[in-house]
Design a protein around this ligand. Structure first.
Ligand code: MN
Length: 199
């Protein structure tokens, strides 16, 4: 008997051409439609008939290793990444997250610079993260491959994908340009809500 897969590709809250020119329709077609679909398909196959089949995805990420961790974390990371963007991006000018960024990084502009620098300096494929500890203290993390702050018992707030597949069609080797342009489409309302949920 064939059962429906547990995980499916969620519909994006914007059209595939809506983030251009920061992220082109072609990049989203492959990155969301092909790469992310493959991670989700692999995740469904790997949990089938195992102790992980009925586990929440964040728990799978904390408790698994090897191919299951890689595909579970990549599935989670990409949804988190794609849902951080909006064609009507809002600025971060006030609120608890704004105040915490100023407290921990000096200014929003300095935070953006340090975040991009961390992404540029991450050797090879991976993710750069803004995460919070349980007291609301913010930190920037470099995670290779499928890494995710959940395994450090931290709360993920924002991530930029620094795998080449995320930017190569649009920016070729210019990773710093690709990451810097993402600030134009980050939806700070979404990121702020994630921070507000920490407490
Ligand atoms: Mn990716």
């Amino acid at each position: 008997m064939k059962t429906d897969p547990k995980y499916t590709l969620p519909k994006l809250p914007y059209a595939l051409d809506a983030l251009a020119p920061v992220i082109s329709q072609e990049t989203l077609h492959f990155h969301y439609g092909k790469h992310e679909q493959a991670y989700i398909d692999n995740l469904n196959k790997l949990i089938q008939d195992t102790e992980f089949a009925d586990m929440e995805l964040d728990e799978i990420i904390r408790k698994s290793s090897g191919a299951l961790f890689n595909n579970a974390a990549q599935a989670w990371n990409h949804i988190f990444y794609f849902f951080s963007f909006s064609p009507e991006a809002t600025k971060l000018t006030e609120g608890r997250l704004h105040d915490a960024i100023v407290r921990d990084f000096g200014s929003v502009d300095n935070f953006k610079k340090e975040f991009v620098d961390a992404g540029v300096k991450l050797f090879g494929s991976g993710w750069v993260w803004l995460a919070s500890d349980e007291d609301g203290k913010l930190m920037i993390l470099q995670k290779p491959n499928a890494g995710n702050p959940l395994t450090d018992e931290l709360v993920p707030l924002l991530t930029f994908d620094v795998w080449e597949h995320a930017y190569y069609l649009d920016y070729q080797n210019r990773r710093a340009d690709a990451l810097t342009k993402l600030w134009d489409i980050v939806d700070w309302d979404v990121v702020s809500e994630r921070y507000d949920a920490v407490f």
